[in-house]
Design a protein around this ligand. Structure first.
Ligand code: CU
Length: 383
């Protein structure tokens, strides 16, 4: 009896499902036949075909795609960006600072032996740090070594439509650069540009930024540094990847490297620390938090606040930048991490408990030689 009843129910469900499916099919058929004809010659965006055959994100490159030495070299580049070692420009005969950024496919190590087929500027993620001064004449040559169009967007630099287009005076500064071609972006640095800024691909942005086409630049005043009193001035460019065909961002990095490969910041006791953050994730907010300190937000998007704001968690929208400061008066190894906690997990990595968007600020017990911030020790105000 029970069995028969079950069969009866089973048949009922089966018939009901059949009816729903046939209604849906009929409905879809009507829609399809009345919809205007659309060009459907390509089923996938060209960029995806060029990278991973239609799967979202960066394709796995295999565990042996890079040697240990190559991985170490990549990690060093991440540390160089943290330490604000800027790319050296060529100086042209008229004094213009000339930078060349080549967008190209690269193999990039994220964590453990997780290597991905990514895109980078000049072989690295984040792209090289550029540092300008007010009054500089800057020329950036973007070379496109990808199989798809790309372009360069410099946040906070209003490149006039007719500028930045030496090879193609179309009046559209964001016009894409075809594969194998290059484009020149030119501008003169003005005082309103002082601060921390992001640069990134301005073409097929959601994909290209998360493949790795992003970086940072710093603009200093015409004389001296933006933060002359800082003993430590460090930069972290927060990047995101979609690995293992995840439709959403699932691996997060500081200067291209998720923890434990993310660079750690050494600080001496008493030092005045400035941290510059850039959120180069195409899709994610981040909530950055530092253990052991209450820090002060001093600038947002390269614009100084009239009054610093004390805080513990700093939220950054995509492509937003922020600078914060603290005096390192508390020795110890202090975690600096995103408080959106699934951003601190590397997919498939069960070895390290905290990963992804985190690193450590290591404040030594050794006192900084000028233990007072320069502004205090050199001001002579008798503080
Ligand atoms: Cu986050």
């Amino acid at each position: 009896m029970k069995l028969r009843l079950r069969r009866f129910y089973g048949l009922g469900v089966f018939l009901l499902a059949g009816i729903i499916v046939s209604i849906k099919v009929a409905h879809h058929h009507v829609l399809a036949s009345t919809a205007p004809a659309k060009s459907v010659t390509t089923t996938q965006p060209l960029t995806q075909l060029a990278t991973n055959g239609g799967l979202p994100g960066v394709l796995d490159a295999g565990t042996n795609a890079l040697t240990a030495a190559q991985i170490q070299q990549q990690n060093k580049r991440a540390a160089n960006i943290m330490n604000e070692q800027a790319m050296k420009p060529k100086i042209s005969s008229d004094g213009t600072k000339v930078y060349t950024l080549t967008a190209e496919p690269i193999v990039w190590n994220l964590y453990l032996k997780k290597n991905v087929k990514a895109w980078g500027y000049n072989g690295q993620i984040s792209g090289p740090l550029m540092r300008f001064k007010v009054g500089d004449h800057v020329r950036i040559i973007l070379k496109n070594h990808l199989q798809v169009p790309t372009s360069l967007h410099l946040q906070g630099i209003p490149i006039a439509p007719m500028e930045g287009n030496i090879s193609d005076i179309t009046g559209v500064s964001q016009k894409s650069v075809a594969p194998g071609q290059s484009r020149v972006y030119q501008f003169t640095v003005t005082p309103d540009m002082v601060g921390t800024h992001a640069y990134f691909s301005g073409t097929d942005m959601d994909n290209q930024i998360d493949y790795g086409l992003h970086g940072a630049f710093i603009v200093d005043p015409s004389k001296g540094k933006e933060y002359p009193d800082a003993n430590v001035d460090a930069l972290f460019d927060i990047g995101a990847f979609k690995v293992d065909a995840s439709p959403t961002e699932n691996a997060f990095a500081l200067n291209g490297k998720p923890y434990p490969n993310a660079p750690q910041l050494p600080v001496k006791l008493g030092q005045h620390v400035i941290i510059r953050l850039v959120n180069s994730s195409a899709e994610s907010y981040h909530a950055m938090h530092l253990h052991g300190y209450t820090f002060k937000l001093v600038a947002e998007d390269g614009h100084h606040l009239a009054k610093p704001i004390a805080m513990n968690v700093l939220t950054l929208a995509p492509e937003e930048t922020a600078d914060f400061e603290f005096i390192a008066n508390n020795p110890g190894t202090w975690m600096f991490h995103c408080h959106i906690l699934d951003h601190t997990i590397n997919p498939d990595d069960n070895v390290d408990p905290m990963q992804g968007l985190m690193t450590n600020f290591i404040v030594s017990k050794t006192t900084h030689s000028k233990s007072m911030p320069k502004s205090m020790s050199m001001s002579g105000s008798g503080m």
